[in-house]
Design a protein around this ligand. Structure first.
Ligand code: HEM
Length: 122
């Protein structure tokens, strides 16, 4: 059974999706502010890491946990959903099949709880 990575079309197709996704996130006024102080190299790495998480690829990232990396940034559910929405649009643009897109969205869903702080009432 082909991996999601293979079903998208391998590294070239994935690179094209990452570029398109990156442009969409930066062009979205809801999201661009989060990355205002992030340099471009780091931002590219961020989008690759996001796509890698979506593809369930080998976990090569050895940095902070997702909740440590995003603590204090004020990321809300709507921001997480908007980022996932841009990825879905990029995948559609590159003619990825809808069932593959659905698997990708499923793979990202569990990260939402780590990245969006829960609303704990004081
Ligand atoms: C599956 C979802 C995501 C993954 C896998 C992911 C991954 C990462 C990683 C690996 C880092 C770097 C941590 C470090 O410096 O050690 C990071 C930082 C960051 N992430 Fe995410 N992220 C995700 C979702 C989001 C979302 C939804 C937003 C905002 C809308 C966001 C905004 C940021 C920002 C602003 C930083 C700090 C960048 C900087 O250092 O300037 N991330 N993320």
């Amino acid at each position: 059974m082909a991996s999601i990575f293979e079903r998208i079309g391998g590294s070239e197709a994935v690179a094209a999706v990452v570029d398109d996704f990156y442009d969409r996130v930066l062009a979205d006024p809801l999201l661009s502010g989060f990355f205002a102080n992030t340099d471009m190299g780091k931002l590219k790495a961020h989008q690759r890491s996001f796509v890698a998480a979506a593809l369930g690829g080998p976990q090569t990232y050895r940095g902070k946990t997702m909740d440590e990396a995003h603590a204090g940034l004020g990321i809300q559910a709507e921001h997480f959903d908007a980022v996932v929405g841009h990825l879905v649009e990029s995948l559609r643009k590159h003619k990825v099949a809808e069932d593959v897109i659905a698997s990708i969205a499923d793979a990202l869903a569990p990260l939402k709880a780590e990245i969006v702080p829960s609303e704990v009432s004081a």
